[in-house]
Design a protein around this ligand. Structure first.
Ligand SMILES: Cc1ncc(C[n+]2csc(CCOP(=O)(O)OP(=O)(O)O)c2C)c(N)n1
Length: 372
């Protein structure tokens, strides 16, 4: 049986849950869409990272006595560990809240390699942190009531772990931001303007999948591309580390959701960036890869932020010619960045990398070695 997102959402509301915060997840995309469309302004916050969402649920509970709901992919468990254990835990402030955790990489269910380890330890991590949890199933109403009871009795965070295909489809209309290019078209242009010995570090989600497929379609190898399949938000740090270790150009191709997730990295990166660190941000104003929920990235001055962090030149582009010119500028100048605006959407038949992360690493390391 699958659960109707509306019914689940209504039950949450009836149970007194009226504040939501989190980072969307492909496995929870229908529920996230339902929450997004039905929750009054200010009561569903799409946060930069899952730890922030947990912090908000703490504050909301203290101010109101009500319980917040924090939604996340299980990769987000990594981001909540510190605020969960050092704030919300019953040994510290003892703050109740409901965690909805999408279970990617569940053992026995086919999934992508970045979810393998996290999928194996999702429940163990909760056990280890002392978070009571249930895996959501047909008895979801009883499970919800039980979660509430534990929260009331023990005043602690409680989790519902959610398997793939648990929720029925919820139609979500993505807002058009009016940009002429799709992310994949922008990536085609970027890849066409790289030198043969340039390297790429690309962000989590469809960006890396599209880059992989463009290389395949062009019969190019993948030895210059690091696909940051997991570790969302750390693409820029990986690229920075690589740039420190080589004289070759390292082009970081980031997404706005990823940029926001660990934006604190940017002042440090910009202040220390070697000349071969080249930053490109693809801003579609959304978590496009996991359902298209908006980020705040089209409402804030990203270029101004990058400049304030220490990027001396920030070039903005939204057309093929502007991307080409922007890349020439970034190639020539140190501490330069290119911010591209694209619209949402991707091919329905978009595949996934057919090489494993370790194969990716091995060919890349051999490539670096050949240049030394
Ligand atoms: C810590 C963590 N939280 C959530 C996810 C799920 N996730 C994968 S891709 C993605 C969206 C990335 O958005 P953005 O960087 O803007 O790229 P876009 O998909 O829009 O191209 C999310 C939320 C994740 N992989 N890791």
């Amino acid at each position: 049986m699958t659960i109707n997102p509306n019914s689940f959402y209504e039950s949450l509301n009836e149970s007194g849950f009226n504040f939501f915060a989190g980072v969307p997840d492909s496995l929870l995309k229908d529920l996230c869409a339902c929450i997004f469309e039905n929750t009054p302004p200010g009561h569903n916050i799409i946060t930069a990272n899952e730890g922030n969402a947990l912090g908000m649920a703490c504050g909301y509970h203290i101010a109101t006595g009500n319980y917040g709901v924090v939604y996340m992919q299980n990769s987000g468990e990594g981001n909540i560990i510190n605020p969960l254990l050092s704030i919300a835990d019953p040994d510290v402030y003892s703050i109740p809240m409901l965690l909805l955790i999408g279970w990617r990489g569940e053992p026995g269910v086919r999934d992508e390699p970045q979810h393998a380890k996290q999928g194996k330890v999702t429940c163990e991590l909760l056990d280890c942190m002392g978070v009571p949890y249930q895996v959501l199933d047909d008895n979801w109403q009883i499970q919800l009531a039980h979660s509430l009871e534990i929260m009331r009795n023990r005043s602690c965070p409680v989790a519902l772990v959610i398997r793939k295909n648990t929720f029925e489809k919820y139609e979500f209309k993505v807002k058009d931001n009016g940009s002429p290019l799709s992310r994949e078209q922008a990536l085609e242009i970027i890849l066409s303007n790289l030198d043969e010995d340039d390297f790429i570090v690309s962000t989590t989600g469809k960006t890396s999948r599209e880059i992989f497929e463009i290389r395949e379609a062009r019969s190019q190898d993948h030895a210059h591309d690091f696909l940051t399949v997991g570790g969302m938000g750390h693409t820029s740090s990986i690229a920075f580390g690589m740039a420190i270790g080589t004289k070759k150009n390292i082009w970081c191709i980031d997404g706005d959701g990823s940029f926001l997730m660990h934006m604190g990295a940017f002042p440090i990166i910009a202040q220390n960036a070697p000349d071969n660190f080249k930053y490109i941000l693809n801003n579609n104003g959304a978590h496009e890869s996991v359902g298209g929920q908006p980020t705040v990235a089209l409402c804030i001055g990203i270029s101004a932020i990058l400049r304030a962090c220490g990027f001396e030149v920030v070039y903005e582009a939204s057309t093929p010619d502007e991307i080409k010119t922007g890349m020439e500028v970034v190639r020539k100048k140190p501490k330069a960045a290119l911010v591209i605006t694209t619209h949402q959407g991707s091919r329905i038949d978009l595949g996934r990398p057919t090489k494993t992360p370790q194969e990716n690493k091995t060919v890349m390391m051999a490539q670096f070695e050949s240049y030394r």
